[in-house]
Design a binder for this molecule. Sequence first.
Ligand code: URA
Ligand code: SF4
Length: 236
Amino acid sequence: MGKKIESLLKIQKIYGINGLFLEFEKFKESEVIMSPKLTKEKLLEKLAQEVKNCKLCPLWKTRVNIVFGEGNINAELMFVGEGPGYEEDKQARPFVGRAGELLTKIISAMKLSRNDVYIANIVKCHPLKEPDPYLRNNDRPPNEDEIKSCLPYLEKQIEIIYPKIICCLGSTSAKVLTRNDLPITELRGKIFDYYKDSKIKILPTYHPAALLRNPSLKKFVWQDMQLIMKMLGIDQ
Ligand code: URA
Ligand code: SF4
């Protein structure tokens, strides 16, 4: 317990919060059990507030909404995609378009729901080819500068949520979080350590949008999801 408090204090300090504010959850045989739940909630709220007016990269100019991420703040499994698309930008939620529907199905097949996991992206604003957010099929991957500007937000999110496994969806996410430049065909299905904390494991797989274009890749994603289920102790 001492270690847990120490690490929470460290995280709080990053956010300029001094002192202890832990939630005292229940008393059991005169032992005080402290839960980090409230603290995590507050830290994520504070981070979301910080991101809200972000202008660190040019993507702020064409965004309709920031897509911060959503899900269970105590999730053991986090999915990280590339960046918001058309629908995500309009709804301010990650993975709610066609690829998102498929991701929701994949999560159900893992005997989980979207409320059990946390879903985020490498960048929080929609990268566009043409500067019109109301044009469809206008997506592009984020560039190196955009990724560099936005990544610290995701790193803080990961530090607060502290999942056991991060599943990278697609090549952009896989390359950034494994710090490896190999193609996704090489990175998928392999387990890496998160560069900031080796207790967090990184497992890349194909992006659901790739599965929509090429359904023959589905079997590989399912293999990867089965490995994640095994690591999380979910019966198959
Ligand atoms: N593709 C992504 O990479 N992220 C989303 O949130 C939606 C589509
Ligand atoms: Fe800021 Fe990230 Fe949006 Fe760029 S993509 S403006 S860094 S929140």
